[in-house]
Design a protein around this ligand. Structure first.
Ligand SMILES: [Zn+2]
Length: 286
């Protein structure tokens, strides 16, 4: 995909097919969900299983100056029990990256929108029984607020706690981590902004080239139904009210600026434009 001169490549890892909408959205209403069914794209819900369909992938962005990996999925060989379908994965993620002619050593920046286990896993791989950075020449950009939060509040959830320990701390020990704040300019085409609520330090990546803009919003928009029902935060959000307000903000921004929106987990076609029709947000898939 081309945004101005910036090139975007999607690196697939896996799919999530076992989350029931009524469990994921505390404000879930079956009638409302059904009413939006036709708007939500070809792949967003498995009717037979009553399960949301979410894709786990990374985006690789080549700007004029840098090669940036946005979010790094679940990763291989990671202890993620009791979440069995994330446990000890063995996916060809790095080979999928190589199909675009990119080696791990080519990555200049790894940008993690937040520190949930499905956004940091490929930060590290095992080497001689310890976790080391997967991308030897990259600077890893971690939100300062996000990092401080998980450091000071180790999660009671074993999966989240393990992920922070095996996919964030080894990067910090290696000296490759850089802690960033709201408004960080990676280069003149890439700016990072804080959109808190899903996690305290959730960041979004704004890439602009030749007047075209794309917004990688992390998990502030998790599933297409949240464009139509922006106050539906998820059970995974640390602060549902703040998440809803960040969601309104980014959706409104995309309307005003005609920016392409790419949330972290949308299934094909993965991206679209947000429009406002009769006072409501709607999504126009690309
Ligand atoms: Zn996620």
């Amino acid at each position: 995909m081309l945004i101005g001169d910036a090139r975007l490549f999607r690196i697939h890892e896996t799919m999530i097919r076992n989350i029931k909408p009524a469990e994921f959205f505390p404000k879930y209403n079956a009638k409302v969900f059904q009413a939006h069914m036709e708007d939500l794209g070809p792949l967003h819900y498995d009717r037979r299983q009553d399960a949301l369909l979410l894709s786990i992938h990374s985006w690789l962005v080549r700007t004029d100056h840098h090669l940036i990996l946005i979010d790094s999925c679940i990763g291989n060989e990671k202890d993620r029990m009791p979440r069995t379908h994330w446990h000890l994965l063995n996916t060809p993620f790095l080979d999928n990256m190589r199909t675009f002619g990119v080696e791990p050593s080519d990555i200049d920046f790894v940008m993690c929108t937040h520190m949930h286990a499905d956004h940091i896993g490929w930060n590290t791989v095992t080497s001689d029984g310890r976790w080391v950075p997967t991308f030897p020449n990259a600077r890893y950009l971690f939100g300062k607020i996000e990092y401080d939060y998980w450091l000071k509040n180790p999660s009671k959830d074993r999966v989240l706690r393990n992920a922070f320990e095996d996919s964030v701390l080894p990067v910090v020990s290696s000296g490759q981590a850089e802690f960033i704040e709201d408004g960080f300019e990676l280069d003149e085409q890439c700016i990072i902004r804080l959109l808190p609520g899903h996690t305290p330090g959730n960041l979004a990546v704004f890439i602009k080239s030749q007047e075209a803009e794309v917004v990688f919003s992390g998990d502030i928009v998790h599933h297409p139904v949240q464009i139509y029902e922006p106050d539906w935060s998820t059970s995974a959000c640390t602060d549902p009210c703040s998440a809803a307000s960040s969601r309104f903000k980014v959706l409104d921004y995309c309307v005003q600026n005609e920016s392409l929106l790419i949330p972290a987990h949308f299934c094909p076609p993965h991206a679209g434009f947000v429009r406002r029709v009769d006072g409501h947000f709607v999504f126009e898939w690309i």
